[in-house]
Design a protein around this ligand. Sequence first.
Ligand SMILES: Cc1cc2nc3c(=O)[nH]c(=O)nc-3n(C[C@H](O)[C@H](O)[C@H](O)COP(=O)(O)OP(=O)(O)OC[C@H]3O[C@@H](n4cnc5c(N)ncnc54)[C@H](O)[C@@H]3O)c2cc1C
Length: 499
Amino acid sequence: MPNKNPTIGIIGAGPGGLASAMLLSKRGFNVQIFEKNSIPGGRTSEIKLNNFRFDVGPTFFMMKYILDEIFNQSGFKSEDHLNFLKLSPMYKLILPDGKPMLIYDNYEKMQAEIIKNFPQEKTGLKKFLVKEKKRFENLMPILQHHNNSVFDALNFHFLKSLPHFSINRSLFDIMGNYFNNDLAKLSFTFQSKYLGMSPWQCPGAFGLVPYIEHAQGVYHIKGGLSEISRQMAKLAQQNNCKINYNCEIKEIVFENKKAIGVKTIDGKLINLDDIIINSDFGYSASKLFPKKLLKKYSPQKLSKKKLSCSIFMLYLGINKQYKLDHNTIVFAKNYKKNVSDIFNGQLPDKDISFYVRDTSTTDPNLAPIGKTPLYILVPVPNNTANIDWQKEKSNFRQITLDALKNRLNLNDIEEQIEIEKIITPEDWEKDYNVYKGAVFNLGHQLRQMLWFRPHNHFEETENIFLTGGGTHPGSGLPTIFESGRIAARLICQKYKKEY
Ligand SMILES: Cc1cc2nc3c(=O)[nH]c(=O)nc-3n(C[C@H](O)[C@H](O)[C@H](O)COP(=O)(O)OP(=O)(O)OC[C@H]3O[C@@H](n4cnc5c(N)ncnc54)[C@H](O)[C@@H]3O)c2cc1C
């Protein structure tokens, strides 16, 4: 007979754990979060360098309606707590040939940009929006369902949606349905990097990601996206959730296969009825479970999984304003080679792809007046490539600064750096507890999606639930929030509480 007043422990105050915490505490559960850091958010938290403020990770916020729903279901209204800024243009692309292209969610403006850059591509955008809307409408309900077993597939809705998975077709290939020019296709496929994948490997089903951008837009949150984590933590506490900061969990305690609590690094045992794991799945499976307990996700099996790429991050406090677009994405001149190097474990050569965010005009409070917090993200191989980052770090920093000079004309950038911080793939693994530094988690190959991905009601043990980018539905803030909601719903079902 389940306990009528259960205590739910959540390992990690990342976006997934916070979503579960808000929802479960609103429904009367005793919820306790254990967070190793002194602030919430994990990869969605903030780095402060002097008076410069940077988001650690996410900078593109999409599918606002999912967050709105989670706030509503927790008794709050998102607009009362967060200041959303819809970006127009959403971003600027610097294509491999060096030409700039602005990307809008407004149809007329986007069509004009396409015609300006690719005069032959007159009908592609309309076709893309019509076709990919159908994919979105068919696949979203499946992504929002828990998919704990293959039997979840045996329903009419899933079978009807099968063609929308575009099995055996890549995202790049799918864009060939709409555009002939390879550069036009690239401008609708680089989003695979959000999943840590190459456009030539990423399943065609993810055509829904560029669709979501073009149909619904991309947001910045004033104060940075870390503000979402701060507000969610505050509101979960208002709903009586207890957050224990500076509280690292060393292991989950079991009686046979039943989880009964957690042990902190200072040896304290905390009894719990159920545990939601929000810490990175690969890290948690390899470090927090007793040895030999896991079979499907044993260290050997885990090491055979496909992982996302990693990221080299450069956070620069700059003494002036360059007034770049809010988001700029620069493709390597030989993008295909760059992507292939990253996914074959080679450190990219000087011809890198990178992304820069400049908030100095859109959100001036993130730096002193006249200065800029410049966020630079460079996709690189994950730690299965065994790159010695202690050795490579300073050279790769220079490659990145040279690319900023050469591709964006920031010629004086080195003289303008007031303060800086680097995060390498080794740091993601060591400081952020990210398995192999694969920041976008397990890859999103179809054979690692849906019920092939670790289940939200974890299949290997009792009393354990999963949220975060390593579980279903996948990496990226909206799907991570959704995983937190699915885990909360499954716990409500277990205790027969109304959701
Ligand atoms: C550089 C970068 C850019 C990104 N950009 C975007 C973007 O633009 N848009 C988007 O939608 N997504 C983006 N993402 C992906 C994703 O949204 C974020 O990584 C997100 O924060 C992941 O959420 P999570 O809940 O899975 O895990 P995390 O954010 O990692 O949260 C896990 C939490 O668990 C804690 N923890 C770990 N181990 C323990 C332990 N033993 N005991 C206690 N606590 C522990 C951690 O401190 C952390 O707070 C980006 C990611 C990165 C790294």
